[in-house]
Design a protein around this ligand. Structure first.
Ligand code: SF4
Length: 457
């Protein structure tokens, strides 16, 4: 069996499953956020009763992250609905924007969009926070009310997005009926060359198969190239399985996985026991491709979809109005460090926005120094508008006052993961997806730029 088949077999109490089987799966963790949480809670209460309790309060993780730093009162209210539910159910894993469990959330626009407006337990973007806060473990089943839940497949688990109705059912029962997907294998060889990042790997792969090329399929990564990818790289790659229509993305478990998970679970005091799934000799794939990482070049997904692939060096004629670095895909500390590597000591030419994925990223960028300057200062002194308010921000457009939102038609190069029309705001805008390196080089020139021009050999 493939990794996904083994996970679904184990979670459904079977010794063997094959693609197309429908199995009742026991869920290890259910995650929801401010956009889908209120709807999920509504379904749960309607179907299981107003006083019903969730199946296991230690397996529910709630992370408000999408429409947080906005004056939109309905969005603020959504966070309050989550808090009321957490109070009522006594849920231990709620990464609230405020510290008072009896309080209510209201964004204060008079303080501006850049200065921190969250309490000490705020988590930031759900997928990144799940990893940082020790909720991802090899061998488990994670379901979340967000399509990029697939990011957790980097940790050798089955992770996928589900809708509010399914999530309401999981809240009540801890189970879900899932069809076992076919598996596509991407056998990675070689090592990523200088100037190329994990984001280029996944943009290359989606370009190979198209933005519907993995519909309801598992995207499994194997091969000697895997060991050269750190956990942040793997997260970037599995995060975008859904951009090819994939049900999930998944990596084998290795020493890097174990080190990351053991560190995160022990520092957060979360469950630390788990059993990974290993690669079998006799796996059956519906698609099998080799990807030589050493041959990859800085890659772009052009407007209007993540499969519309081109090389950065071919698109130098495209002028840009904005550069954006942030999101679960491109807002990790390592993403900002790569970005800073290119722009340090230089000045951006276009409006450039930086939104860390989590408060931990903000802290790390303010703690790490180079030549006596913090990384945060390096970014700001190059002209990047950095906000401390870690969240999804303009990755999903959001309400009109969302930081970095594309409110007028423009060309934007972005380290985020999705570029369908209107995704980051204005429907006439064109979004070009790229690695943090490419976003940084393009911010310096105001046109799409191959970052290798800025990286010494
Ligand atoms: S950062 Fe973007 S892709 Fe990630 S969870 Fe938020 S809206 Fe979704």
């Amino acid at each position: 069996m493939t990794l996904t088949e083994k996970l679904l077999a184990r979670a459904s109490g079977k010794t063997f499953v094959q693609p197309g089987d429908n199995v009742w799966v026991n869920v290890d963790v259910l995650m929801t956020h401010d956009v889908c949480g209120p709807g999920t809670i509504g379904v749960f209460k309607r179907e299981f009763g107003k006083t019903a309790k969730v199946w296991d309060k230690n397996r529910v993780v709630i992370i408000p992250d999408h429409y947080i730093f906005t004056s939109d009162s309905m969005s603020n209210r959504n966070v309050d609905i989550l808090r009321e539910f957490v109070r009522e159910q006594e849920l231990p894993y709620f990464y609230d924007v405020i510290d008072d469990i009896n309080g209510s959330w209201k964004f204060d626009s008079t303080k501006g969009l850049l200065k921190q407006q969250y309490g000490k337990n705020f988590g930031g973007v759900c997928h990144t926070a799940l990893a940082y806060r020790g909720h991802l473990r090899p061998g488990e089943i994670l379901l979340g009310t967000d399509s990029h839940t697939c990011m957790a497949g980097a940790f050798n688990q089955f992770a996928t997005g589900i809708g509010n109705t399914d999530a309401g059912f999981v809240l009540g029962t801890g189970k879900l009926l899932l069809k076992v997907p076919e598996t596509m294998r991407f056998y990675l060889e070689g090592e990523i060359p200088k100037g190329v990042m994990a984001k280029d790997v996944i943009l290359h792969i989606i370009g190979m198969i198209g933005f519907e090329g993995a519909t309801y399929r598992a995207m499994q990564y194997e091969g000697p190239g895997v060991s050269s990818l750190d956990m942040d790289d793997r997260m970037t790659i599995t995060n975008m399985a859904i951009e090819a229509g994939g049900k999930n993305g998944i990596f084998p478990c290795d020493d890097q996985t174990l080190a990351y998970v053991n560190d995160r679970t022990s520092s957060n005091g979360t469950k630390s026991t788990f059993t990974p799934v290993d690669l079998d000799q006799d796996q059956k794939f519906c698609y099998d491709a080799k990807v030589d990482l050493s041959k990859l070049e800085p890659t772009i997904a052009q407007h209007p979809d993540p499969g519309n692939r081109a090389l950065a060096k071919e698109l130098g004629h495209i002028k840009l109005d904005r550069a954006y670095i942030g999101s679960c895909t491109g807002g990790k500390t390592s993403d900002f460090l790569a970005f800073a590597e290119i722009i340090r000591g230089k000045t951006v030419k276009i409006d450039t926005i930086g939104v860390p994925a989590t408060p931990d990223v903000v802290r790390e960028l303010k703690a790490l120094t180079i030549d006596g300057k913090t990384m945060w200062d390096v970014l700001e002194s190059s002209g990047v508008q950095m906000t401390e308010n870690a969240s999804c921000a303009a990755c999903l457009g959001g309400p009109q006052d969302t930081f970095g939102r594309l409110n007028t038609p423009m060309n934007c190069i972005s380290a985020t993961n999705r570029n369908f029309p209107g995704r980051m705001g204005n429907k006439e805008s064109k979004v070009f997806l790229a690695s943090p390196y490419t976003v940084a080089a393009s911010a310096l020139t105001g046109r799409i730029t191959d970052p290798r021009e800025y990286i010494p050999n």
